[in-house]
Design a protein around this ligand. Structure first.
Ligand code: ZN
Length: 416
């Protein structure tokens, strides 16, 4: 299945040039090489960081134009995942980094249009539903100091009703709603969405997970459209990821740990993870949505939350798979190189190991150096929604923003 990804021929490590070997920003490093990617990899980080910033801000103009300006400011798909809210979320990230008030104002304007477009939506999550619109709207209003607007979006958020037949997964289900609560509380203060809103949802998830797990060896199991997925988007990795941020009882914590151990013990011999219980023979997908990258982010979080060494070791094993097979022929966050780069960023942030920062940098530099060319030559897929946050250039631009200071970057709309 080598056609899914580019063979990773980048060196396992390249030392950066020092300030002495490169006197000013943008100049080529003293190391003599013909290869433009190698030049980026050996550049001092302070210079490379400026390259990422410039590329991200250039892309910001294109993305805003393509997803907002040229649409006549009409919202076809309001979602953060592939629609207009993704542009607002990207602009919010840019605002946090640069304090440019135009980004804040434009982001708020886009959310307003998404509010209208999503008013009758029955989807309730951050990534694909109404909760994302109201949560981001409230947080932006707080940054703008607009009390009336904060109130409006919080009232709207509290009016979201969770249907009884809701799945539990991240994109359309209960944990996707819980993540929106976490996002609001992080940015607006603990208790803004009180635990009365979240407790019953957590209880329901645990109850469902135990019920479906009854006949199996894993303590918790969930279904989405009849399939028991493992990955971040629809399965165990995404559900465990969010549960670890909730107040759990000791027996529930044990079930979360047990579920992660079950996944580690039943991974492929290659170190990759199956897409689902039903699909344990096809070792193919190395995506955030399905496969090692999404599981790795959850294991990094488990290592941070529980402190168990086994989770950190398993996360590093998964990251090795991502390094070897994760240079996908797509740019995006969900199933592209940009999303996979966050595996290394999260491991760097947990361990401080510079090898991980190099690997994150290598994936990002690969995109910086050749994504446009590869897409125009048809060697790389530009995405069905080519400027969207989760499938297109929006995700690449978001990664570039996060690479300016790699100690801070978090997988968008997933890591808090
Ligand atoms: Zn995907």
């Amino acid at each position: 299945m080598a056609d899914r990804f580019f063979p990773n021929v980048m060196p396992d490590f390249v030392a950066e040039a020092t300030a002495e070997t490169q006197d000013e920003e943008g100049k080529e490093p003293a190391v003599v090489t013909q290869d433009s990617l190698m030049k980026l990899l050996s550049m001092p980080y302070s210079s490379l960081s400026q390259r990422f910033k410039r590329a991200a801000l250039d892309l910001k103009e294109t993305i805003t134009l393509e997803t907002w300006g040229m649409t006549g400011q009409q919202v076809q798909d309001f979602t953060l995942y592939c629609g207009t809210l993704g542009t607002a979320f990207f602009l919010f990230r840019a605002y946090l980094l640069t304090n440019n008030n135009n980004d804040l104002a434009l982001s708020s304007q886009i959310v307003k249009a998404c509010d209208t477009a999503s008013f009758n939506s029955r989807d309730v999550t951050f990534l694909c539903g109404r909760a994302g619109v109201c949560a981001l709207g409230a947080v932006l209003a707080k940054h703008a100091g607009d009390e009336q607007l904060i109130n409006y979006y919080l009232v709207q958020f509290r009016e979201i009703k969770l249907p009884r037949n809701l799945p539990d997964e991240l994109l359309y289900g209960r944990v996707g709603y819980l993540w929106a609560c976490l996002f609001i509380n992080k940015h607006m203060g603990a208790g803004t969405i009180p635990s009365t809103y979240t407790c019953s949802v957590v209880n329901e998830i645990i109850k469902n997970g135990r019920e479906l797990a009854k006949s199996g060896r894993c303590p918790l199991m969930f279904e989405w459209y009849g399939e028991k997925y493992w990955g971040a988007a629809h399965g165990l990795a995404g559900i465990m990821h969010v549960l670890m941020d909730m107040d759990l009882k000791p027996d529930e914590v044990e079930d979360v740990k047990g579920t992660l151990r079950y996944m580690i013990n039943n991974r492929f011999p290659s170190g990759n993870y199956p897409a689902s219980e039903e699909d344990k023979k096809r070792d193919v997908l190395v995506h955030w949505c399905h496969g090692a990258p999404g599981v790795a982010l959850t294991l990094v979080k488990a290592a941070r939350v529980f402190g168990d060494k086994e989770f950190l070791e398993a996360a590093a094993d998964a990251a090795e798979v991502v390094w070897n097979r994760g240079l996908l022929k797509r740019v995006g966050i969900c199933h592209g190189i940009s999303g996979n780069a966050y595996v290394f960023l999260s491991l760097y942030q947990l361990t401080g190991n510079v090898e991980f920062i190099y690997r994150a940098k290598a994936f990002a530099c690969f995109l910086l150096d050749r994504a446009h060319k590869l897409i125009s030559e048809g060697e790389m897929h530009g995405g069905d929604n080519p400027y969207s946050l989760f499938e297109g250039m929006g995700g690449m631009a978001y990664l570039f923003l996060d690479m300016i200071d790699p100690s801070q970057g978090k997988f968008p709309a997933y890591d808090l």
